[in-house]
Design a binder for this molecule. Sequence first.
Ligand code: AMP
Ligand code: GLY
Length: 424
Amino acid sequence: MNILLLGSGGRESAFAWKLSQSPKCEQLFIAPGNAGTGQYGTNVNIKVTDFESIKRFVLNNGIHLVLVGPEEPLVKGIHDFFLADEQLKSIPVIGPQREAAQLEGSKDFSKQFMVRHDIPAAASRTFTRETLQEGFEYLATTGLPVVLKADGLAGGKGVLICMSLQEAQQEFLEMLTEAKFGEASSKVVVEQFLQGIELSVFVMTDGTHYKILPEAKDYKRIGEGDTGLNTGGMGSVSPVPFADAEFMKKVEERVIIPTVEGLKKENIPYKGFIFIGLMNCDGEPYVIEYNCRMGDPETESVMPRITSDFVDLLSGVAEGNLDKRELTISPQVAATVVMVAGGYPGEYLKDKTITGIENVRGSQVFHAGTYHEGELVKTSGGRVLAVTSLQDDLFTALQQATADASRIYYDGMYFRKDIGFDLL
Ligand code: AMP
Ligand code: GLY
């Protein structure tokens, strides 16, 4: 099978690494990829939202399956584009169509979906410019802190946790009347604050059957001890110790089954991954958000724990017989440390030469924001590399990933040395 993987981050590097291990994978192409993905397949210089170029490439290269990494092409309708095209419609795309991608693309859509299907989530209401006054009245009743969410995609920045009513009113006003997050905040979801500990649960579905992939925890803040600004993700671990069998049974019964069945009942096709961001509130799961893709850097910890053939699982999603495919999961523990550029998540350094990757001993190095300049590997993004170690226990995995990250160098290099320590 010839596979085209779309994306260029650490998540796609982990996908590419895993796909390339399958005997079912003949040729693997990654568009656009990065300096690391070229180890597992062929990089193709096409943007993930350039659907016409993707079409030409797919047809000219005998691609049998397209795996979509990031949300943007899904929310923009790449799957619908394939289905509407006579030449492309028989080529499966892993990732939902535009309508279902709204689970991530619109917080209001996802909240309404949860209400319709009785899926546990924070109480909320949605407001627009027209209902500004009602919004102010509602804010006065919610209690503090209160959570404000831009409805649309805002690059992970559209969620504000406000500690005072005055702050909440000010932000609410700016979001709705000054387009604080552009078009994304033309609707604002006002939500009850949930106290608890977060984790990410990943489901693979063909629209009828589903498999639960290894869960993971990610670390979003730039600073040690979960301090400072939010980032795309500074590290991850899998499994998550508090996600024991009892908790995961609740997640499956109260969240996963109603989600998959709910989509089906509403005739919303879904072939791909459902990423469920959950809060564990005293042992009870509440949904914080859905994403229509895998997480980054969670995928870097999830893929190494999958011991069965990942291409076979994707074929099950494509063909609608996922129930006939095998998913096996290693009991070992994966820890991922993300190495970022100096200055990130603000203005950050670029084009720095990376050295020492060859000195890594007991980890897999997944590239994220990197490119080749001749023989040199250079930095291009805020998140540069993800260093993942799979070991028998969490402590050893964390120690190994951290030690291996220390063997790599570039100007301005930074990573957190406390990933997963809250779980030890
Ligand atoms: P989201 O984009 O919806 O995942 O929100 C980003 C982050 O904000 C989440 O990962 C949580 O840490 C936090 N968050 C979102 N909603 C809530 C909530 N209702 N209560 C507490 N924290 C929240
Ligand atoms: N790690 C969170 C995300 O991928 O959105």
